[in-house]
Design a protein around this ligand. Structure first.
Ligand SMILES: [Zn+2]
Length: 137
């Protein structure tokens, strides 16, 4: 289910987005695991309505695997609050699981950074391998 790791979680990774000092830092990006195209990521959106916790991003039966994969094991928030989402490459459609960590130094002051990015293998490989590319390619 998990493919290549594009970004490995790292304890102590510094937040980039800062709601007080670096609002522009919400625009982050990573390179597609399949075709190396830069995939834009708005970390504020990654923590918004379309975000999930580890138990819901790929379904409740995968929660344990998601936590183990990214090392989100404890309830401790020393490494930030985990937000999970899925981002697709605009060029090839490759899905990636995105783990954004949120820190709140004080009430209403938010900092965030992408903490883990992993290529998602299609749950049914045959379905995607046989799909034909869009006609205009
Ligand atoms: Zn791609």
């Amino acid at each position: 289910m998990f493919g290549r790791q594009v970004l490995q979680p790292e304890i102590g990774r510094k937040p980039i987005y800062d709601s007080v000092y670096n609002e522009a830092g919400r625009s982050q990006s990573f390179l597609c695991a399949n075709c190396n195209t830069r995939v834009a990521l708005d970390v504020v959106n990654c923590m918004g309505r379309n975000s999930h916790d580890p138990e819901s991003v790929l379904g409740p039966d995968q929660g344990k695997h998601v936590r183990e994969h990214f090392g989100i094991l404890s309830k401790s928030l020393a490494n930030g609050w985990p937000f999970l989402s899925v981002a697709s490459c605009p060029a090839c459609g490759q899905d990636h699981m995105v783990y954004v960590a949120l820190f709140e130094p004080r009430n209403g002051w938010q900092q965030a950074v992408q903490q883990g990015i992993t290529q998602l293998q299609p749950s049914n490989p045959a379905a995607q391998r046989t799909a034909s590319p869009p006609a205009d390619l």
